[in-house]
Ligand binder design. Structure first.
Ligand code: HEM
Length: 496
């Protein structure tokens, strides 16, 4: 009897293992015509290891050189780096939709946010309620808030971080750039500034919580069911408290602010939240969108500011050309103080610098996988229905066919080259992929981000000269869909 039970168990185990191996083999064979690292098709371990290493975006750039414009990174995942194919997959009215990877943006299960919503119709409906607030149409103070926060940033530098020939007062630009963007987005989103710049600290622990939680969340995004595990009190209690503290505090602020706009004593404000409310967003969605805004709108723009300044100060030719454009514009009286968005748009080299910074280091370099319900041909390969198709941000935006032979280099002049005139419309289209444009998921905060970038470089560089404290190790950067960056130590001196 004992033997027969054992035999039964062993037989069942054999059947289970054989079934598992057969289904694994079928999954591996399904995309075997797509090249890629040998271990990637067998499990998610390859991808998880790369993700935890904090270099995924840069690793994908290397793999794109090795395997070409399409390669495989998981049992059901391929990555593409041909900008024309990325545009086709992301096209607004195409057959592709978001994959389950986006469920990481469902901050409070089961309510969807605009970032997590995968159903196109529901996404479109939610987006239409948010658009007027994001576009600035319903918000009176977009430009003045950006001006005010930049002025505070400048005064912080003058107060604490201005070096002279006699004295070095290093400043971590990585941190201060995020203080600036956090203050801007908190004021715009909920009408109350976090005060990071004025207090010169991560007032609500937002920065610390992003650094602590995002790397794990991005790994979990590849295993969407894992998020369900977090939705119970036991696993929540096991999460590192100090790392989650900032997230909780941020959620609390979003809920508290949204609560003031609903109910019998509600207040009406002409800010973004006010616009969402006026367009019929229920309370829970309103606080969740506000919470999402703080994440989506601060790290991204801060990365654009840091990396563009880093590229500039390490490229003396481009740096001096921008300074010369700034000085001439001031001398000619073509700009006010502070510069307006319209005036900045008329400065060709400044515009070229902004696009080149975004191109060289796309602030959102996550996989952003899309799936299709039917078989498709992508980059010349048959892609079965249900396969996740992600982009490799860096090689897509450094495509030589589009940006020229030196696409790997930071050279803003490429946007103004006489010889590039014909290519210019395509260059403009491709660089906008960094905002997810022109897809139906295009960045809602693009206008806000560009207003910030149009003003910040001009206002800072018209006053200060910036150089690296340690050019051998300029900064620390960790790829986690966003770039988690620190230790960009700079020396700032007043310009002569
Ligand atoms: C340089 C700065 C920024 C970059 C590069 C950037 C990039 C992106 C990208 C690539 C997407 C598309 C994601 C997808 O395909 O699903 C996106 C979506 C989004 N971004 Fe940004 N972003 C930036 C700044 C901002 C700011 C400042 C805000 C808020 C004020 C913001 C709010 C959003 C929102 C709400 C979405 C979701 C749009 C939707 O699903 O319809 N972003 N962003």
């Amino acid at each position: 009897m004992g033997v027969s039970v054992l035999t039964l168990i062993l037989s069942a185990a054999c059947v289970a293992i054989t079934y598992h191996l057969a289904s694994r083999l079928t999954a591996v064979r399904r995309l075997s015509h797509v090249p890629g690292p040998a271990w990637a098709p067998w499990s998610l371990l390859w991808l998880t290891r790369r993700q935890l290493g904090g270099r995924l975006a840069r690793d994908l750039a290397q793999l794109s050189q090795q395997y070409g414009p399409i390669f495989r990174i998981g049992p059901n995942s391929v990555v593409i780096s041909d900008p024309f194919e990325v545009r086709r997959v992301w096209q607004a009215r195409g057959p592709w939709s978001r994959s389950r990877w986006y469920e990481m943006f469902r901050f409070d299960q089961p309510v969807e946010t605009v970032l997590s919503q995968r159903d196109s119709t529901a996404h479109g409906a939610l987006r239409s309620k948010l658009l007027p607030g994001y576009s600035g149409k319903d918000v009176d103070n977009l430009h003045s808030v950006v001006d005010m926060c930049i002025a505070q940033f400048i005064s912080l530098v003058e107060r604490k971080y201005l070096s002279t020939d006699e004295m070095l007062r290093p400043m971590d630009l990585a941190e201060k750039a995020q203080f600036l963007t956090l203050d801007i987005i908190s004021t715009l989103a909920v009408g109350s500034c976090f005060g990071c710049i004025s207090e010169d600290k991560d007032t609500y622990g937002q920065l610390a919580s992003v650094t602590g939680s995002v790397p794990l969340v991005v790994v979990m995004a590849n295993i969407p069911d894992s998020f369900m595990l977090l939705q119970n009190s036991i696993s929540r209690a096991l999460l590192p408290k100090e790392k989650m503290e900032g997230v909780r505090r941020m959620m609390g602020i979003a809920q508290k602010n949204a609560a003031t706009r609903y109910g019998p004593d509600k207040t009406h404000e002409r800010d973004m939240l006010g616009s969402f409310v006026n367009h019929g967003l229920p309370y829970t969605n309103a606080w969740l969108e506000t919470f999402g805004q703080i994440g989506a709108g601060s790290d991204t723009t801060a990365t654009a500011i840091r990396m563009t300044i880093l590229f500039l100060i390490t490229n003396p030719h481009s740096y001096s050309k921008l300074l010369s454009e700034i000085d001439t514009a001031v001398e000619d009286g073509r700009v006010s103080s502070p510069i307006t968005d319209d005036q900045a748009k008329k400065l060709p080299y400044l515009q070229a610098v902004i696009k080149e910074g975004l191109r060289m280091w796309p602030p959102v370099a996550g996989l952003m996988p899309k799936i299709c319900g039917s078989d498709q041909v992508v980059c010349g390969k048959n892609i079965p229905a249900g396969t996740e198709v992600s982009w490799a941000a860096i090689p897509t935006l450094r495509n030589k066919e589009v940006f020229g032979h030196d696409a790997e280099c930071f050279r803003p002049g490429r946007w103004l080259d006489e010889t590039a005139k014909e290519r210019l419309p395509v260059m403009e289209q491709v660089v906008m992929l960094c905002f997810g444009a022109p897809s139906r998921w295009e960045c809602l905060g693009k206008t806000i981000a560009l207003v910030e970038l149009n003003k910040v470089f001009f206002e800072v560089l018209r006053r200060f000269d910036i150089s690296l404290v340690d050019p051998i190790a300029p900064l620390k950067t960790y790829d986690a869909s966003l770039s988690i960056q620190s230790d960009l130590w700079v020396r700032i001196q007043r310009r002569a």
